[in-house]
Write a protein of this length. Structure first.
Length: 385
């Protein structure tokens, strides 16, 4: 099924997916416009000077079959976008994954950081300060526990530069994306440092632009920011031919050329367009859309197996996603999360695994279109008025 060939079946696909949702008990009153939008009071904590809603179209992609630790089964994925061809493209990649039996996913690491900065008298004082911080670790863990029910202090990594110390303070944040949580917890730790440090702190800042928040960071790319997720699938060559309209060899050859292009242009990681799927999913599901900046960093690898099938994997080290807090409780965003059984406590791992698989699906589709010369015609057919 090429992207262009889906043009005449989109209405049919929509009808089938809505029927499936109705059968599962998803009425979607806010997404359908049957209930009024939230009021300014409802939105307190999400927006200031509220004047109205920016309505972004939401399309359903999938089904996407998952075989993860947290996400297991078939999922319809809501994507909010104004870019024609995007939902069709991601649906094609998801069909290839589903027809192959599903994607395996694992969360490899977790951690959200703040990077406070401290200036002391001199290098000797800065060195003693770092040693003292390490010695009071149990107290810092207790302060964190008193400040938040969900945050847990994981690491404090010091960076010294003369009389200046930057501490990369890392927490896990439960099912919340956690930026506000780690900010508040880090502030309480800094207040303790100022009050109790045997070395005088001349000046300090809660964040010195080293935490990786909403920017591409080499440090977080090498470690983790949010959740580091890896996803893989083996797609039989007949599925590659039938769904992606290409061959494992053509995909592997184009993937190599694209890798050279990434190296030549100096990108961090190797991938075609993680940001497309991430932005669409984040907006639909009440995630912090600005976190696409760091989340859209990662790697994709395509290889041919010994039996001639396609092995595909993607790793995203900076997935900042949450299923509680932030925008997740807003009406349409909650409905989108509930479509995937990803709303509320205990669901962040599921959302992270689905998100990674969505990105892999998008890579499979766009790389196939580029490898076979369908990219332009697909956008001409689906992406223009």
């Amino acid at each position: 099924m090429s992207l262009k060939s889906t043009e005449h079946s989109l209405e049919e696909q929509y009808a089938q997916r809505m029927a499936r949702l109705a059968a599962a008990g998803h009425a979607l009153p806010h997404l359908r416009g049957e209930r009024s939008h939230a009021t300014a009071e409802d939105l307190r904590g999400n927006i200031e000077n509220f004047m109205g809603m920016a309505a972004v179209p939401v399309g359903l992609a999938g089904p996407l079959r998952m075989r993860g630790q947290h996400a297991h089964g078939d999922y319809l994925v809501p994507l909010a976008t104004t870019e024609g061809a995007l939902v069709a493209s991601y649906s094609r990649g998801m069909k290839a994954i589903t027809d192959a039996g599903g994607a395996t996913a694992r969360i490899l690491a977790e951690g959200v950081q703040r990077a406070p900065y401290f200036r002391l008298a001199d290098l000797a004082a800065a060195t003693r300060f770092v040693a003292w911080v390490a010695s009071v670790r149990p107290t810092l863990e207790a302060i964190t526990a008193q400040t938040s029910r969900y945050a847990q202090l994981q690491n404090i990594i010091p960076f010294l530069e003369g009389n200046a110390v930057t501490l990369l303070v890392e927490f896990t944040t439960g099912d919340a994306a956690g930026q506000n949580m780690v900010t508040i917890c880090t502030d309480r730790l800094c207040q303790f440092f100022v009050a109790e440090s045997p070395e005088k702190i001349e000046i300090w800042y809660i964040e010195a632009n080293a935490g990786g928040d909403k920017k591409v960071s080499q440090l977080s790319y090498q470690r983790v920011r949010g959740k580091k997720v890896s996803v893989e699938v083996v797609i039989p060559r007949d599925v590659v031919a039938a769904v992606l309209k290409t061959t494992p060899r053509a995909l592997a050859d184009f993937s190599l050329a694209a890798t050279y292009g990434s190296v030549q242009s100096g990108t961090m990681g190797v991938q075609a367009h993680f940001a497309n799927g991430l932005a669409a999913l984040f907006i639909a599901c009440g995630q912090d859309a600005a976190c696409v900046a760091e989340a859209a960093v990662g790697t994709v690898r395509l290889e041919i197996t010994a039996s001639g099938d396609l092995y595909a994997c993607a790793t995203l080290p900076n997935l900042i996603v949450g299923t509680v807090g932030g925008g997740t409780g807003l009406p349409t965003q909650r409905e989108c999360l509930e479509l995937m059984d990803c709303f509320g406590a205990g669901k962040a791992g599921r959302l992270a695994e689905i998100t990674a698989a969505v990105c892999l699906a998008g890579e499979l589709s766009i790389l196939s279109a580029l490898a076979e010369g369908h990219f332009t015609s697909a956008h001409e057919a689906l992406g223009r008025k």
